[in-house]
Design a protein around this ligand. Structure first.
Ligand SMILES: [Zn+2]
Length: 64
């Protein structure tokens, strides 16, 4: 039995990459592509509006 190489298309860049145990980034072709995808996902997930901190310094008042 010869191990058949299974190729998958990288969701990020569309390149053919090998789906194997040796590739921890599968289905991505490389760490970079995985990083990009995760980054995009994360930025979608944790999209926070840049709100001006107005109450941040309120609790920091030192009364005499
Ligand atoms: Zn890729």
């Amino acid at each position: 039995m010869s191990p058949r190489r299974r190729l998958v298309r990288c969701p990020q860049c569309g390149r053919q990459s090998e789906w194997s145990e040796a590739n921890p980034y599968r289905p991505f072709c490389s760490a970079r592509c995985k990083q990009i995808d995760l980054g995009a996902w994360a930025s979608e997930q944790y999209r926070v509006p840049s709100s001006p901190r107005d109450t941040a310094e309120e609790s920091n008042t030192s009364a005499s």
